[in-house]
Design a protein around this ligand. Structure first.
Ligand code: BES
Ligand code: ZN
Length: 587
């Protein structure tokens, strides 16, 4: 008997749960799901235990399919893992039926008041299960080394739609309630289980795509993502046929904690992508790329997260190169490199250099706390180093063979390396792969980015750009990120007068600017910082803005008071992460 994953109670000697039939009634008043899960096992059980993951679930009854009770015990809650739900199976059970209720503070769910939505009339509910939150809404073996198919029936208030990252089956209105049925025939890792309930409408984008959003947002969203087909075509040319049939997008309310989440068939994205200039579609390229790298071939557990995100960053840049050209891809790669270097330095200063390895060791560590851009951008650089060594043509064959070999499966770093050694003999030794995998920081000689546009931005240095200078948002972004800090107050003041950074609708540019301003003591931006922290839930923006406030004693107390005020509107994951960062900061 052995645990499969440091973040799951799943045991490899127990039966496998291979399919789930889920029914849930969504109750906005009590903020709970009243649910029944039928878990189908791979084969009739032998007499013995079946350990499942759960978090804050109230288990009402467990039985077999014929309603014969099954004995169970619910363990004490571990702060990272949650509670082990241990079933004592008799021999011959093929299906386990669990009746349960979720907690109002289930970590996967955010319940929004009507005032927190764009429409302001109806409540909203959504899930975010990666990395290990599925267990707070569904008891199962919550490890990406296992896959499930599922069927679901959601009962919601009739004015609302219930969407799932799955195939639509039917919707039926019965009195005040609507019953929506969805099914996912392709086996997926449990962290990809996802749904949203709200006042939602769709617009068609392409033959395989539509975008969903609240009615007042949906047309802007359709415009922003109009070019989706080009990306799908680019993805398929690079990585093989798209395996999930549809690629729809759901634009979330502003509190969504991520830029995007690659839920299969229905990518969830932050509304901050609606910059009105299509400049943020790279996030769509990224989530689309996960259809291959992540959803089709999945990291075995969070210690191999770079296999998901490093590969996906690589694929995102390749798709961007096809759709927008090599210069755009190079600028994005340069922004990534800058973020990576900054993050590696931050970890080193905090004595957390171990989190800058590609293969990490996370027993007892919450994956949400370990999250950073390192697996993304160091992972991408590692893959690009291999590409540089063998040439693009051979690398592309290698990538396709990797995706083919581990299709609908899970991979560890060790398995990836063994596969690479067979496919590209000698290459790992030639680039000192061990240094990349188990070493800290970015190895010397990592590939660097070059392009004419990048060189032009670099040449701007930290001189004040002339009024009227027109750059793309990505160029501004990069220039702002590379500015030394603190900058003189007069510099910030002039910049603020010359360019609409404080008021721009492009959040990437805005946040890069606000960070420069805060680190330079240019406190005229505080009202805007406060507004952003109070209305946007994307952690990519919240974390650095709070960090910039905490940096200076003059604004540290303000960070805490803004957090006190805004915390109830943050997603539980964002709230937990920020609470940790605030607690770790002195004073
Ligand atoms: N899968 C991630 C988001 C995630 C990671 C959620 C870990 C929970 C735990 C998603 O694909 C992602 O990487 N999103 C990025 C977008 C990007 C890199 C373009 C984000 O949210 O910023
Ligand atoms: Zn990703």
């Amino acid at each position: 008997m052995a645990r499969l994953d440091p973040h799951s109670y799943a045991d490899d000697s127990h039966s496998k749960v291979i399919a789930v039939d889920w029914e849930a009634r969504v109750d906005f008043a009590s903020r709970t799901l009243e649910a029944t899960a039928l878990l189908e096992l791979d084969a009739p059980s032998l007499a013995g235990p079946l350990d499942l993951d759960s978090r804050k679930l109230t288990v009402i009854a467990i039985s077999d399919a014929q309603d014969n009770p099954i004995e169970f015990s619910l363990g004490a809650a571990d702060p990272v893992l949650g509670s082990k739900l241990s079933l004592m199976l008799p021999a011959g059970v093929k299906t386990v039926k669990i009746r349960y209720r979720t907690a109002p503070d289930a970590s996967a769910l955010q319940w929004l008041e009507p005032a927190q939505t764009a429409g302001g009339k109806h409540p909203y509910l959504f899930s975010q299960c990666q990395a290990i939150h599925t267990r707070s809404i569904l008891p199962l073996q919550d490890t990406p080394s296992r896959r499930i198919t599922y069927k679901a029936k959601l009962t919601v208030p009739a004015p609302l739609r219930a969407l799932m990252a799955a195939g639509f089956v039917s919707r039926e209105v019965v009195g005040e309630q609507a019953v929506e049925r969805w099914a996912m025939p392709q086996p997926l890792a449990p962290y990809l289980f996802a749904f949203a309930v709200g006042e939602l409408e769709a617009r068609k984008l392409g033959e395989r795509s539509m975008v969903w959003a609240e009615p007042s947002v949906v047309d802007a969203a359709a415009w922003e993502f109009e070019e989706i087909d080009k990306m799908l075509d680019a993805g398929e040319a690079l990585f093989g046929a798209y395996a999930w049939e549809r690629f729809d997008i759901l634009v979330m309310p502003p509190s969504f904690p991520y830029g995007g989440m690659e839920n299969p068939r229905l990518t969830f994205v932050t509304p901050t992508l609606l910059a009105k200039d299509r400049s943020q579609v790279r996030v769509i390229a990224h989530e689309l790329a996960h259809a291959w790298t992540g959803n089709l071939v999945t990291n075995s557990n969070a210690e191999h997260f770079w296999l998901n995100e490093g590969w996906t960053r690589y694929a995102e840049l390749r798709i961007t190169e096809v759709v927008e050209g090599p210069d755009s891809a190079a600028l994005l790669a340069a922004i990534c490199r800058h973020d990576l270097d900054e993050t590696v330095e931050r970890f080193a200063r905090a004595g957390q250099g171990a989190l800058t390895r590609l293969r990490t060791h996370l027993t007892g560590v919450d994956p949400d706390e370990a999250f950073s851009v390192v697996p993304y951008d160091k992972g991408e650089l590692f893959l690009r180093t291999i590409e540089g060594k063998v040439g693009r043509e051979r690398f592309d064959v290698f990538a396709k063979r990797y995706l083919e070999k581990f299709r609908f499966g899970a991979v560890t770093t060790e398995e990836f390396l063994a596969f690479t050694e067979v496919e590209l003999p000698g290459v790992l030794a030639s680039i000192d792969a061990a240094r990349w995998i188990d070493g800290e920081g970015v190895p010397e000689g990592a590939p660097s980015v070059r392009s004419a546009k990048l060189a032009a931005v670099e040449a701007m240095g930290s001189a004040l750009p002339p009024a009227g200078l027109e750059l793309s948002s990505t160029e501004w972004n990069l220039w702002l990120d590379r500015l030394p800090r603190p900058m003189p107050r007069a510099f910030c003041e002039t910049l603020d007068q010359r360019f609409p950074f404080t008021s721009t609708g492009n959040m990437e540019v805005k946040v890069s600017w606000l960070r420069v301003a805060l680190s330079s003591g240019y406190d005229d931006v505080l009202p805007e910082v406060r507004r952003v922290l109070g209305t946007v839930g994307r952690m990519k923006y919240l974390v650095p803005l709070y960090a910039a406030l905490l940096e200076r004693t003059e604004t540290a107390a303000l960070a805490r008071s803004i957090f006190e005020q805004a915390a109830p509107s943050y997603h539980p994951i964002a709230r937990a992460v920020l609470k940790g960062r605030l607690a770790a900061s002195p004073a």
